[in-house]
Design a protein around this ligand. Structure first.
Ligand code: PGA
Ligand code: ZN
Length: 430
């Protein structure tokens, strides 16, 4: 008779993500339960990310099918994992990496590996009869994360002229997660009214992450309407609701110039622009302010505003411990955007987060622009308790699934959970 934790089968399906592109759902079956893992996908992907395998067969899904990755799950990864204990996450993830054998997971596909890795964790939690956040818990106290809510979408996630990809609100000045979320959601709805009045009906069409995609051309237009909306919703900017941006600057960088807001700027000029925006607006976090290989400009900006503003590396670090280590050494950024599919296994993602946190970097657990209904990252954010989650606007089920899961967790934890609030960068010092 097999032990309840023993992996008895692994299967995979080609399912759809929130953009209607194929992705993987992996099922890990054990004697004591089954775990599912669904794989997200980026649009503004970093060049150093682990590589998702796509079929390239133009007769299916314009080449984006994932049947090869599915074949790798069922015919390459399955057999060596059969009989293993699903609680041995590190051992299993190590084996997945070894079976792939490349540094960027391009042989079997980071999507294949991640689907298995996430499903193994979900199966183990199920066997234990524990919620996932409890099974993955790594801190003494649970901290509910401040949501970074992307309410205006630009660049690759929208059909407008905004160079900056994401304009967020962060409801920090509240006692608990529910109050913070409500304030963010109310602001989102007021923003819709403000946009309708000022820019007309087409301005409230929404982008990939559920934020509005108004026909704006300049960053300040977006920041201004958000500020107005916070006030009209009855909240105090900065004190209760702060602003954050993800420039995703690699997307508007070419020939050592940044094309933004009608300018062609050098890294130094762009840096000065961010400093001005930090003076004009209650900005507390800037993600990917420069292109993905420009560690020096990240370090320069971090030196100038890092005390009061979080400088987050997404495409810069790609959740990769080697790149994070380099950032730590030269002070390039002071926070990590953690995306499990950038690195390809859960163990490596947790190692990346721990490396960042032990070096006084903030950690933001993050979705991708192409998501599924899977809520793994909501549980992961609470398990790690590093204080922040980025999972889009409070609209579209792929985004609200994560918020709804956090609402459930909030109620389950009751008074055991504290809300990161204003200490979102370093909640352990709460
Ligand atoms: P992506 O965007 O998932 O399209 O890469 C998200 C981000 O840049 O943070
Ligand atoms: Zn980003």
């Amino acid at each position: 008779m097999s032990n309840r934790y023993e992996i008895t089968n692994i299967r995979a399906l080609e399912i759809l993500d929130s953009r209607g592109n194929p992705t993987l759902q992996v099922e890990v079956i054990t004697g004591g339960g089954t775990g599912l893992g669904k794989v997200p996908s980026g649009a503004s992907t970093g060049e150093h990310e682990a590589v998702a395998l796509r079929d390239g067969d133009e007769t299916r899904y314009a080449g984006k099918g994932v049947l090869m990755a599915i074949n790798n799950v069922e015919n390459v990864l399955r057999k060596p994992l059969l009989g293993l204990d699903c609680r041995e996450q590190q051992q299993i993830d190590g084996l997945l990496c070894a079976l792939d054998g490349t540094s960027n997971k391009s042989r079997l596909g980071a999507n294949a590996l991640l689907g298995v890795s996430l499903a193994v964790a979900a199966a183990a939690a199920c066997c234990n009869g524990q919620p996932l956040y409890q099974y993955l818990r790594s801190q003494e106290r649970y901290v509910m994360p401040v949501p970074m809510m992307n309410i205006i979408n630009g660049a690759k996630h929208a059909g407008n002229q905004l160079a900056i990809q994401e304009f967020h609100i962060m409801p920090i000045g509240f006692d608990d997660f529910l109050e913070a979320l409500r304030a963010g959601v109310e602001t989102y709805h007021i923003l819709k009214k403000v946009l309708l009045k000022k820019y007309g009906a087409s301005s409230v069409n929404i982008g990939d992450e559920g934020g509005f995609a108004p026909p704006m051309t300049e960053s300040r237009e977006a920041l201004n309407v958000i500020l107005t909306s916070i006030e009209e919703a009855g909240y105090t900017p900065r004190k209760e609701i702060a602003l954050a941006i993800d420039a995703a600057a690699s997307e508007f960088f070419a020939a050592n110039r940044y094309s933004i807001d009608g300018h062609q700027w050098t890294p130094r000029e762009l840096s000065d622009y961010y400093l001005t925006l930090c003076e004009e607006y209650p900005l507390v976090s800037i993600e990917d302010p420069f292109s993905e290989n420009d560690f020096d400009s990240f370090a320069d900006l971090t030196r100038k505003v890092g005390g009061s503003v979080q400088i987050v590396g997404d495409d810069l670090f790609v959740s990769n411990p080697e790149r994070i280590q380099r950032g730590i050494e030269i002070g390039a950024g002071n926070a990590l955007l953690l995306k499990v599919n950038q690195i390809g296994t859960l163990t490596e993602a947790i190692q990346a987060a721990d490396l960042a946190a032990t070096n006084n970097f903030g950690v933001v657990v993050s979705h991708r622009s192409g998501e599924t209904e899977d809520t793994f990252i909501a549980d992961l954010a609470v398990a790690l308790s590093f204080g922040q989650i980025k999972t889009g606007a409070p609209a579209r089920s792929d985004r609200t699934a994560k918020y709804n899961r956090l609402i459930e967790i909030h109620h389950e934890l009751g008074s055991d959970a504290m809300f990161a609030g204003k200490d979102f960068r370093f909640p352990s010092m709460h």
